[in-house]
Ligand binder design. Structure first.
Ligand SMILES: C[S@@+](CC[C@H](N)C(=O)[O-])C[C@H]1O[C@@H](n2cnc3c(N)ncnc32)[C@H](O)[C@@H]1O
Length: 242
């Protein structure tokens, strides 16, 4: 799962016993060599699916980490792209990985909490990858409201969602086990490290987006394949300012 240049088990354990923010500060130098960075095939599939919905001038990556989504925005937006994260370590790594390039959109980084974004409504497109597990459902509503507030009136907020694992499958039990260990850890240890997989249920998420003022749709990320029943392995949530 991890390359030899990735974090050691000890480093991962220290990270998991820290707060989310400090944990990512510690992990940042090796984050791109972990499976937690959104993989390139997912990023490429999002670019191909979102491009026909443009053009976009300005883009925002919420919980940008080391800049995976900023690479997506660079390919879709031609004027200005902004990555937001609360981990200074992740932003430092992102700054090296996604430099300002001549002829491309201006690249900016903002250190902020996604639940309270210090941004004017200036964006045509907002993305977020791999971070919603860090928010409890009530906090997720705040993140969606902040995304809405940062977008122009008809701006788009998009993010990929994998199909849920079949009940009883290996992945189902792996995610169930991970969440149970996290809940136990958070009962016994402070500061909490919020990271749950099974709190992100698509019907709830679509309701919460509607509550934040979005109309929503789903597009298949067909490049990522289909399940035996023909449904896509991964879809893109497309939320538009209502
Ligand atoms: C799993 S990483 C994903 C990074 C990147 N988007 C990717 O797909 O590779 C989650 C990121 O969310 C950030 N994060 C978590 N909670 C946050 C919050 N409340 N405000 C801002 N950033 C947050 C973390 O610092 C981390 O960089």
């Amino acid at each position: 799962m991890f390359s030899p240049q990735g974090p050691t088990l000890r480093e991962l354990a220290v990270q998991a016993l820290s707060s989310v923010e400090h944990g990512y500060d510690l992990l940042a130098p090796k984050f791109d060599r972990t499976p937690f960075r959104t993989p390139d095939p997912v990023l490429d599939a999002v670019v191909r699916t979102v491009r026909p919905l443009g053009p976009f001038r300005t883009g925002l990556d919420i919980c940008c980490g080391t800049g995976a989504g900023m690479g997506v925005l660079r390919r879709l937006c031609d004027e200005r792209i902004v990555g937001v994260d609360f981990s200074a370590g992740m932003l430092a790594a992102a700054g090296s990985a996604v430099p300002d390039l001549p002829g491309g959109p201006a690249v900016e980084w903002v250190r902020a909490d996604a639940r309270a974004l210090p941004l004017a409504p200036a964006f045509d497109l907002a993305v977020s990858f791999g971070a919603f597990g860090h928010f409890l459902p009530a906090e997720r509503r705040a993140v969606f409201a902040q995304a809405r507030a940062a977008l122009r009136p008809d701006g788009l907020f998009v993010f990929p969602v994998p199909a849920p694992p079949r009940v009883g499958s290996g992945l189902y039990w792996a995610l169930w086990g991970f969440d149970s260990v996290m809940r136990l850890r958070n009962l016994l240890w402070n500061p909490p490290f919020v990271m749950y997989y099974r709190t992100f249920r698509l019907p709830d998420v679509l309701d919460e987006l509607a509550g934040a003022g979005f109309t929503t749709g789903l597009l298949p990320l067909s490049d990522l394949g289909r399940r035996p029943d023909g449904s896509p392995r991964c879809a893109l949530v497309v939320a538009r300012g209502a």
